[in-house]
Write a protein that binds this ligand. Structure first.
Ligand SMILES: Cc1cc2nc3c(=O)[nH]c(=O)nc-3n(C[C@H](O)[C@H](O)[C@H](O)COP(=O)(O)OP(=O)(O)OC[C@H]3O[C@@H](n4cnc5c(N)ncnc54)[C@H](O)[C@@H]3O)c2cc1C
Length: 219
């Protein structure tokens, strides 16, 4: 029996496992993940908006075993490509085929001042903190910063900006808060091409113009 090891039970790892299970009924398939749950990352934006909670959105990775896919809840600490072995915190696994789907690691400490002064939109633990901060904001400036390319989920910062814009409007403080966007990309959303980028830019500029107009009206 062929042994397939999949490192990471996120979007990539789970999709691969399901596809392989459907096409290779006799192979042994094992997912290794340090987390014991799966949650779609887009839920992080809904947590900021306050329409979903983490507790109600995560699914146990153990559920995958119902499909005949093994799951090991351990951190991967080493890969031996020559010996075809993977080392986890307390175990070792041999494999015939290896899929690496470990996602990305965040490194906010590489941006000077960010850990002390800002939040990481993609960090699950920061979601409720961002929400709290937005609910407390009465005036000031809010900056969205894309710090480098490529990055995970290109539209997410723009979605977050639009969600937060709507939250501030609901709190009747949008007029007193400026939202600025900083990105190193030559167009708004390179992955979607120039046309969609232009449409998205117009949406953001529309928000900006509306904000400026209502400020002027107040003056
Ligand atoms: C806010 C936000 C919104 C998004 N919205 C969308 C959307 O609407 N549509 C869309 O298609 N995509 C969206 N994405 C992007 C999508 O979530 C990612 O592209 C996707 O999760 C990447 O899949 P992955 O398998 O590479 O990594 P991940 O899904 O991050 O999975 C990696 C897995 O590896 C595990 N892991 C890491 N290191 C180790 C280790 N050493 N040992 C064991 N396990 C480990 C992790 O625990 C994790 O479960 C969004 C992302 C964010 C942050």
């Amino acid at each position: 029996m062929q042994k397939i090891l999949i490192l990471g039970g996120g979007f990539g790892g789970l999709a691969t496992a399901n596809e392989l299970r459907a096409n290779l009924p006799d192979a042994s398939i094992t997912i290794i993940d340090k987390k014991d749950y799966f949650m779609m990352d887009l839920v992080k934006l809904w947590i900021i908006k306050g329409v979903r909670t983490f507790e109600h959105s995560k699914k146990p990775l153990q559920n995958i075993t119902r499909k005949g896919i093994d799951y090991v809840n351990e951190a991967v600490v080493g890969i031996d490509l020559v010996g075809k072995k993977v080392k986890t915190t307390t175990k070792e696994f041999s494999y015939d085929y290896l899929v690496v789907a470990l996602g990305v690691e965040f490194a906010p400490e590489k941006i000077s001042g960010l850990p002390e002064n800002g939040f990481v939109l993609y960090d699950l633990e920061h979601g409720p903190k961002i929400r709290q901060k937005i609910l407390e904001m009465k005036s000031g400036k809010l900056g969205f910063v894309i710090t480098g390319m490529p990055y995970k989920c290109p539209p997410a910062p723009f979605e977050a900006a639009l969600i937060i814009d709507s939250m501030l409007k609901e709190q009747n403080v949008r007029d007193k808060i400026e939202i600025d966007f900083y990105s190193p990309a030559p167009i708004t959303l390179p992955a979607a091409g120039p046309e969609v980028s232009q449409q998205l830019l117009q949406m953001l500029l529309y928000l900006h113009t509306k904000h400026q107009k209502s400020c002027t009206n107040q003056v």
